[in-house]
Design a binder for this molecule. Sequence first.
Ligand SMILES: [Zn+2]
Length: 133
Amino acid sequence: MSQLGCPCGNTVKDNVVPCPTEGRLLRDEDGEGFELAMCREIVALFDARDSGRRDEWVRTALGEQYPVEVDDAGVVSDLMSKHILALDLAVSECSSCGRLFVQRENFEGELVVYSPDEPGYKRLLAARNRASS
Ligand SMILES: [Zn+2]
């Protein structure tokens, strides 16, 4: 989302990676389809590898310019990114008042704003497995 002006006066920025005020939202109804698509992709990758067609399959799935020397874990990670980016919505949390800005549709700029009943930054999108800063 880059930079948003919040009604509270704060500016919400995503200029660090990973960003503790940014997240992704996957609709429950899309989740099952995503998991099924990923399972099929992983099986297809392994079938292609076992039959000696891995490089051809990887380039078909991820593009002609994709570096085929990337290991299977990297290919699976990129396949997941490809599928999830087609479905998920960006979410930003104001680090001052806690408002959430949710993208209405994938690849669109319109945002829906949600205000918490109790204002304040809740670190909802900050990683739980990192030391807080
Ligand atoms: Zn705010």
